[in-house]
Design a protein around this ligand. Structure first.
Ligand SMILES: NC(=O)C1=CN([C@@H]2O[C@H](COP(=O)(O)OP(=O)(O)OC[C@H]3O[C@@H](n4cnc5c(N)ncnc54)[C@H](O)[C@@H]3O)[C@@H](O)[C@H]2O)C=CC1
Ligand SMILES: O=C(O)[C@@H]1CCC=N1
Length: 274
């Protein structure tokens, strides 16, 4: 991939994960700058990966060709407005937003019509280059910048382009937020395993190794449906069947669908609020 100077505005959980994944992927560290008001996070990343750290958004934007917006949705408008008021010029720069709930149109009105904006929805496993990112580009974004954004996010995991911006909210539901669902499930299992007599480390090992093995089986067998893999574990009248009956009685599938819909709805709602 081409290498361009990238400034991250915000260096928290998500931006920090992408920066770490990028640095581990071999992206030139001297072309990455992390910018946030407090030096805490930025300096940690700078010490760990030899990237640049800054506390001055405008200078950091001036320096780079690609700007990744990684602040909280609630803060996005104020942060963008402050940069523009202080003279930051986003004309013809590639602006990659990772924020939930901020539309391209909103960003365009904040940063100016000449900013080339790509909206993405990554997730924190980007840290380990095991991320999943959905991307949406408005019509005015150049092919060069689309390719760059795709390559950039591919350096930290898998990517899917969506044609409709509204599908970014579906990406939130399926992969942006979903590491938290899997963590919740594992937490619940760990809690019960402890109750059944294991110490916390053993319980964590039992649950996480089972999860890891299951994921690998899904990944390494793309031609076998996930349902079939489930059936292969489920002996007739055996113990797995009893566990699955319990999940079904309590309507796990419906619960998951409702939770995913709630995540997507909140993304949509935030687009109106912020
Ligand atoms: N955490 C996650 O799993 C995911 C988060 N996102 C999106 O990423 C964005 C950031 O979320 P998190 O990383 O979780 O939040 P966070 O709170 O960990 O990070 C926010 C960062 O913004 C910085 N910041 C605050 N004011 C600033 C300013 N004026 N200028 C520059 N930086 C400033 C903070 O210092 C912090 O480094 C959100 O918009 C969220 O929707 C997207 C996908 C997944
Ligand atoms: O909770 C949130 O709003 C963000 C978006 C996806 C994951 N975290």
């Amino acid at each position: 991939m081409l290498h361009k100077k990238i400034t991250f505005i915000g260096a928290g959980n998500m931006a920090g994960s992408i920066i770490s994944g990028l640095a581990k992927s071999g992206y030139p560290a001297d072309l990455i700058c992390a910018c946030a008001p407090s030096a805490n996070n930025t300096q940690k990343l700078a010490d760990q990966f030899s990237i640049q750290a800054s506390q001055d958004n405008v200078t950091a934007v001036d320096w780079a060709e690609v700007i990744v917006l990684g602040v909280k949705p609630q803060m996005m408008a104020d942060v963008c407005q402050a940069m523009v008021d202080q003279g930051a010029d986003f004309s013809n720069k590639l602006v990659i937003s990772i924020a939930a709930g901020i539309s391209v149109q909103r960003l365009q009105s904040l940063l100016g019509e000449k900013a080339q904006i790509i909206r993405t929805m990554p997730n924190t496993p980007s840290l380990l280059q095991k991320g999943m990112t959905g991307l949406f580009a408005s019509e005015q974004v150049s092919e060069e910048y689309k390719t760059f954004a795709g390559d950039l996010m591919s350096a930290v995991g898998e990517t899917v382009w969506v044609k409709e911006e509204s599908m970014i909210n579906s990406v939130i539901a399926a992969s942006g937020s979903s590491p938290a669902y899997f963590f919740l499930f594992m937490e619940a299992m760990q809690t019960k395993a402890i109750e059944m007599g294991f110490d916390p480390e053993q319980a964590r090992l039992l649950v996480s190794q089972a999860a890891l093995g299951s994921i690998e089986m899904v990944k390494q067998n793309p031609d076998i449906s996930i349902g079939k893999l489930r059936e292969n574990v489920t002996s007739k009248e055996g113990s797995t069947a009893k566990a699955l009956d319990t999940f079904n009685e309590l309507q796990l599938t419906e619960i998951v669908a409702k939770a995913m819909q709630a995540a997507s709805d909140r993304g949509e709602e935030m687009e109106k609020l912020f």
